[in-house]
Ligand binder design. Sequence first.
Ligand code: ARG
Length: 588
Amino acid sequence: MNATQEKLKEKFGQALVAAFGTEYAEVDPILVPASNPKFGDYQANVALSLSKKLGQQPRAIAAAIVEKLDVSEICEQPEIAGPGFINLKLKTTYLEAQVNSIYVDSRLGVAKTKTPQREIVDFSSPNIAKEMHVGHLRSTIIGDSIARILEFRGHDVLRLNHVGDWGTQFGMLIAYLREVYPEALTTANALDIGDLVSFYRKAKQRFDEDEAFQETARQEVVRLQAGAEDTLHAWKLLCEQSRQEFQVIYDLLDIHLNERGESFYNPLLPDVIENLEKSGLLVKNQGAKVVFLEGFTNREGEPLPLIVQKSDGGYNYATTDLAALRYRIQQDEAKRIIYVTDAGQSNHFAQFFQVARKAGWIPDDVELVHVPFGLVLGEDGKKIKTRAGESVRLRDLLDEAVARAHADLEVRLQADNRPESPEFIANVAQVIGISAVKYADLSQNRTSNYIFSYDKMLDLKGNTAPYMLYAYARIQGISRKGGISFEELGDKAKVVLEHDTEFALAKYLLLFGEVIGTVEQDLLPNRLCDYLYDLSKKFNVFYDRNHGVRVLDAEEPQRTSRLVLCDLTARTLKLGLSLLGIQVLERM
Ligand code: ARG
């Protein structure tokens, strides 16, 4: 609900009490945006909903409410329509005052939350010795945007990178490297991630085929967990190697994260088992320790167990997540914990959440949220692959986006006969390329799969980053052309609304705060993308030669007023895009 709706709701509450008594104070006025601007801005349907209870005709109820309703500061005289709708049309003076107030507000009307709390966003979380893949890219982009929005709302956000840096795979890898390339375990930078990935593949193959090797690998895991110096050293080197590779991607995307990998929780794992044992949830099942789950069954319809300790005594992904969850509640004092991963892990989250709840580890005021997302598909609709059929390296994918943005830009500059410096071109291409990839991801409802298409994401038309960046740069162009700086308009600049397109733009600008509030709740950044896209479109109609208004060559006070609307649109785009992790360009 936006500020105006809230105020109206309050006024309706008072009117209902005056008309029907105090027990009607909390009745929902059922305010909805008007279906047709002809009828005003909002419609209240409360009269229809009360008809039965009051035993009166809705129109009579509507009349009784309107008689007591004092909304004269906000609306024109309310009108009763049809069977008993109350139509409300916002007053121009009210709208102007609202716009003027967000104009002087650096937060553009986005209030800080009244209930700031510690929130954890667990995102990105790639695995050591494995390549970061497009699933991690989605997690990184979506998680970062969610974190930015929560931070902007004033929450105390902990961005955690739950790196997969622990487990049996290290035994395998270290055992294998000891045999074939021992230097890698003692010398920094002896491997790059490509080598590491291929060694990992070979180690796995060896592990699957060779029983003696399996035993050696297990020994290495035991040594690692016991903290044997040489194994630990080797493990650290491998982690460092991967970390450097991940950092390249984070730098390209401007992502800031705190690494707290799975290994961090290693000392806390025995306590998880002990605690589950005490609470009577732990069951021995074929040598393993498990907790049986409700609502999950195997193909035979039997209840499914969640394994928390394998028969060889080892712990797994779920045990670590249980330990991490306890730590985050007890030590980090998180009130909401948000996990951003592909939808394929939905069961994993539902399962360990359930176990933690049953164990009584989740206080009532703590919320656990899995934020799932779909797959990234190639243009053929299948899982994205290179032409050679291999999985795509993120570096290559981002570089390609920038290279294409570069080529497009050269063509555009040539066509416009605009000479620009190589630095300018490189910077613009970089920003457009990276933004295009981020925006293409964020603008989809994250729960669906999406097709990765360079052509689409780099298109200057449509719901794309370049379109939005262009709208922003175009507004900055107005200020350059008019030789005015928006900052110098000053706090005294005021809007006066006359033209339809001015009303439409102004009303839309006022909805920004509400959109941010919604994303804070449902964690769907695509709603913000949709809003920014519609805002750009409304701006383009307002500024359109035929359908809109003149700006620079208008008379005062319209000229200043329209410049204020231009500036507000640009600032909203800039702030909105920054919450998506996207930087704007003054010229492009
Ligand atoms: N490392 C995991 C993967 O690559 C993601 C971890 C997500 N976070 C968590 N707490 N389980 O799939």
